[in-house]
Ligand binder design. Structure first.
Ligand code: UDP
Ligand code: MG
Length: 326
């Protein structure tokens, strides 16, 4: 009998105790629709949760044989948890999704049917973001797509179904400042998008938060677009041109007229303007330097505290390969 493809859902978790039970039951429902076509398991990356998620995941792991849990030593952040998910994934297809119920498991049959048709990378295309910073996200995606040559014109995040071959390529990317959708794009020949509305977070606030998202946005820009460093040169040239123009006006006024050059106010505003631009440029360079320093340190992206593999029992043929060590 032909072996069915194995889908492993890879889910980073940071303080999601309120969402996990519903998430697991939604996933169970979605997989039931594919029961005759694929086998299924869940890989939770517990990113140093402190709200009871750890205990909940341990209980689930003890009760079921299709659940694996990797517990990170402490909180390393969403991108690091995803990197750990890439490393620990075992199966033919990885279903990446968040634990906060914003990514619906209901879209799985559509994603799977695209994979059956031959797509190796299937992403969930987001519609309008329900978050309050929706307009900022829109501006971010617009600018990023306009200034990057590696990203397709699709608005997508981590929610995706990736063939093993794509995961294997993504594993090779060892950079510390990671933009997951960008890594998907770099590791895929073609991306199939399935539109699906993203829900609002069901419990609590975003765990990544506004500053975390801003940092991620900056990482995306700095690693997938050369626009920021070009902006520095552009602003520098603009200022130099402005200064040249200003100087020629001043010299002409001095040489050809007997007007007095007015102005403390204009001198000061020019001074503020040019020092503002200089500080902005320094800041942009600083962002690069900080990221270069991060890469040079070569620290591991995450440390695993413990990996809870499924308990082996007889009659578990469908998930038997999960028992072998990675
Ligand atoms: N998450 C994580 N580590 C963190 C922050 C978040 O593993 O330090 C997980 C979180 O539990 C969720 C996913 O990453 O499953 C996305 O987080 P969040 O919903 O806060 O991000 P947003 O949807 O606001 O971008
Ligand atoms: Mg979320």
């Amino acid at each position: 009998m032909k072996q069915l493809p194995h889908i492993e859902a890879v889910i980073p978790v940071y303080n999601e105790a309120e969402s996990i039970p519903l998430l697991v039951s939604q996933l169970d429902r979605a997989r039931a629709a594919l029961a005759s076509e694929a086998t299924f398991s869940y890989l939770f990356i517990n990113d140093g949760s402190s709200d009871g998620s750890t205990e909940l995941l341990r209980t689930l792991h003890a009760q079921r044989r299709d659940i694996r849990v990797v517990e990170l030593l402490h909180n390393f952040g969403h991108p690091a948890a995803l990197a750990c998910g890439l490393d620990y994934f075992r199966g033919d297809l990885a279903l990446f999704m968040d634990a906060d119920l914003q990514d619906s498991p209901a879209v799985l049959p559509q994603l799977f049917s695209e994979w059956k048709k031959g797509a190796k990378t299937v992403v969930v295309e987001r519609g309008e973001r329900p978050e309050k910073n929706g307009i900022l996200f829109k501006a971010f995606y617009f600018l990023l797509r306009k200034t990057s040559k590696n990203l397709p014109p699709i608005n997508f995040g981590t929610h995706s179904l990736l063939d093993k071959s794509v995961v294997e390529r993504m594993r090779v990317h060892k950079e510390r400042n990671r933009y997951f959708p960008g890594l998907i794009a770099l590791s895929s020949s073609q991306i199939k998008a399935v539109p699906f509305a993203r829900g609002a977070r069901k419990h609590g606030e975003s765990r990544v938060g506004f500053w975390g998202l801003s940092h991620l946005a900056l990482t995306a820009f700095l690693s997938f677009s050369s626009a920021p460093i070009r902006l520095v040169s552009f602003l520098g040239s603009l200022c130099a041109l402005g200064a040249l123009l200003g100087a020629s006006i001043i010299v002409s006024v001095k040489l050809f007229t007997n007007w007095a050059i007015p102005g403390w106010a204009s001198t000061m505003s020019l001074l503020f303007f040019s020092s503002g631009i200089q500080l902005l440029c320094l800041g942009i360079l600083g962002e690069y330097v900080a990221r270069i320093y991060d890469e040079v340190k070569g620290r591991p992206l995450y440390w695993v505290g413990s990996a809870l593999e499924p308990q082996k029992r007889v009659n578990d043929a469908s998930v038997s390969f999960l028992y072998s060590q990675p």
